[in-house]
Each structure stands twice: as structure tokens, then as C-alpha cells.
Write a protein of this length. Structure first.
Length: 327
């Protein structure tokens, strides 16, 4: 069985998650990470009790945006009685002042302020400012921030959903991706951006695996982590499954923001692979964390659950999502 929650990816939002979990301990093999409640898997177990996780989240770039004060942010969450947040890992970044019209966008670091998981090379030319990335080398500063963020959240009883990947949405975000061959010195394959999160992305797949397994490994000692495979995977590769208002005229009726979309088979195959990477990485480590699948937007009963997935989420959830039509 699975647990369910709602969220939005485009701005500060109110997210509700019914949960339960384990306790932070100096020894990784002594902790019990947040998990599904054994008596009712619609809930989670966190530190010995069932809880509701509620947040008003920043826009997910707390670790990789050097200008964001995440200590102040986490302290504010705790002071307001909030206990959940979402974190993008760094494989996806946005463009300052341009992406989705968001100003002061945490996912869009200013030039020179992107603290990526990968180290910078000595070669200039990254589209977002500064030198290109070397995907064979990790950035120690990033992982110091990553572990510190998880640690500070854990001290305050805040569960962190670590989102490993995100849809690109359009070419603008792909142009500033570290995985774009123009932005690294590793000769990644030149692909059409809609294939980035498929198994048809050439040698990029191996770098995605290294990255996903590294983030999973670095977080293994924390009890307050859930891994999400990909944010809004249907956005780049949509399959129309339903509409919110059937009385609109085509083509607007069948497109966002009225369409209810699922990810296509190419996307699902790749997402399955990411879930396998997480499971394989944790197989030799002390702890196993929950894996979340961002299923669709608005509403839709789960028709096909990915192997190895524990949690299912809907974005921009519709009021009737859990009614007769929503399942």
C-alpha cells in the first residue's frame, strides 16, 4: 500500500502529508527512517508516532542556491509548527527572472551562486555563469550544505522530501542544465531535451545514476528523508488521461491547465530505473528510505504503480480528487 499527499511545484505552497517515522541517532544503524505505518499504510511512522506533515515551502533551491539562508528558513518552519519541506537536489535549475515569471526564485541562483553537486572545471562557459562542470568530480561545498540542511531539519523534526530530478518544461531550463553538453567538460551526448528523463538519453544516463546514488548515499544516516524520483514527470512527456472541465472547447480543453496528464511509457521506464538505483545503493547501507512517485496533476486513480515505490503524490490537487471520480 501507499501513502498520499499533495503539493505544487511552481511557488511557495501549502502541502499536507499524513505521516509517521524514526529517531536521529549518532549511529546510522540505530535509526529508523520515516516509513509507512504498519497498522495503516495510508499513514507514516516518524519517531514512534503518526503525524500530519504540513508546510509552507520555499521554492526548493535551499541547498544549491548560495544566497538562501536555510538555517533561518528551517527555524521559521519549526517556530510556526511546520514539519515538512521539499528539496531539489541540483540536477535541475531555473533561469533568474525568466523561468515561469518567478522573481526572487530560489531555484534560479544568480550568476556565480549555483552550488551544484558537481565540481567546476577550469574551462569557462557555463550558461548560468562561471566555469563549466566536471561531472566526474563532486563539489564538497554542496555536500557539506546538503548534509547540514538534513541535519538541521532533523534537529527540528522536519521531514525532507529530496527530489532527485525534475522535468525541464522547455528548452530554457535545459540550456542551464549541468548535463547539457554545452555546460560540462565530459562530452555528454547532445539530445533533444524531452529525452533527458528517458532511457534514450545516451551517456547522460550514467551520470544521472552516479548523481542519484551519491545523494542517496550521503543521506543514508538521516531518519527524516523521503526520496522523490522526479518532479512533474508528465510535463515533458504527457499522456492525456482526463480533463478538469469537459465543457471547454478543444484544443484548450485537452491542454494544461485543464488537462489531467500522466507520464508516457518512456518516462515510466526511466523512473523505474531511478527507483532501482536508489534501492541498489541503499542495499549495502544501514538504512532504507521511502521512494515517492509524482503520479499526475489534479486528480486520477492510480492505474500503474511503479515497482519499488512507497508514496504517490498529485500536484495541484483538485477538490474532488478523493471523491467518486478521483478514487
Amino acid at each position: 500500500m501507499i501513502s498520499v499527499f499533495q503539493k505544487s511545484a511552481r511557488a511557495a505552497t501549502l502541502a499536507l502529508l499524513l505521516l509517521p517515522a524514526g529517531r536521529v541517532n549518532a549511529q546510522a544503524d540505530k535509526i529508523q527512517p520515516v516509513r509507512l505505518h504498519p497498522a495503516n499504510p495510508h499513514y507514516f511512522l516518524f519517531r514512534g508516532k503518526a503525524v500530519a506533515l504540513v508546510t509552507s515551502g520555499e521554492h526548493y533551491g535551499a541547498v544549491f542556491n548560495a544566497d538562501f539562508d536555510y538555517h533561518r528558513y528551517l527555524a521559521t518552519l519549526a517556530a510556526d509548527g511546520l514539519n515538512y519541506t521539499r528539496l531539489f537536489g541540483g540536477s535541475y535549475v531555473e533561469v533568474p527572472g525568466k523561468s515561469f515569471g518567478i522573481l526572487r526564485n530560489d531555484l534560479a541562483p544568480l550568476p556565480g551562486r549555483f552550488v551544484a553537486p558537481w565540481a567546476r572545471s577550469n574551462t569557462p562557459g557555463y550558461a548560468g555563469g562561471g566555469n563549466k562542470f566536471d561531472l566526474e568530480k563532486w563539489n564538497a561545498e554542496y555536500f557539506t550544505r546538503y548534509r547540514d540542511f538534513l541535519s538541521e531539519a532533523a534537529k527540528r523534526g522536519i521531514v525532507v522530501e529530496v527530489t532527485l530530478f525534475s522535468s525541464s518544461y522547455d528548452d530554457q531550463q535545459w540550456q542551464v542544465s549541468a548535463l547539457n553538453p554545452a555546460n560540462n567538460v565530459n562530452g555528454t551526448d547532445a539530445i533533444e531535451w524531452k529525452k533527458l528523463h528517458t532511457l534514450e538519453n545516451g551517456n547522460i544516463l550514467a551520470y544521472q545514476e552516479r548523481y542519484a546514488r551519491k545523494l542517496a548515499s550521503e543521506a543514508n544516516g538521516f531518519d527524516n528523508v523521503i526520496f522523490e524520483i522526479q518532479n512533474e514527470p508528465w510535463s515533458d512527456r504527457p499522456v492525456l488521461a482526463d480533463v478538469v472541465n469537459p465543457y471547454l472547447r478543444p484544443p484548450g480543453r485537452d491542454t494544461y491547465p485543464n488537462s489531467v496528464d500522466l507520464a508516457d511509457e518512456l518516462s515510466l521506464g526511466w523512473q523505474n530505473r531511478v527507483a532501482e538505483w536508489i534501492a541498489k545503493e541503499e542495499a549495502s547501507l544501514p538504512n532504507r528510505h521511502l521512494i515517492a512517485h509524482n503520479y499526475c496533476n489534479f486528480r486520477l486513480p492510480v492505474r500503474k504503480l511503479l515497482a519499488g515505490v512507497d508514496v504517490v503524490s498529485w500536484d495541484h490537487i483538485a477538490p474532488d480528487a478523493f471523491g467518486p471520480s478521483g478514487g
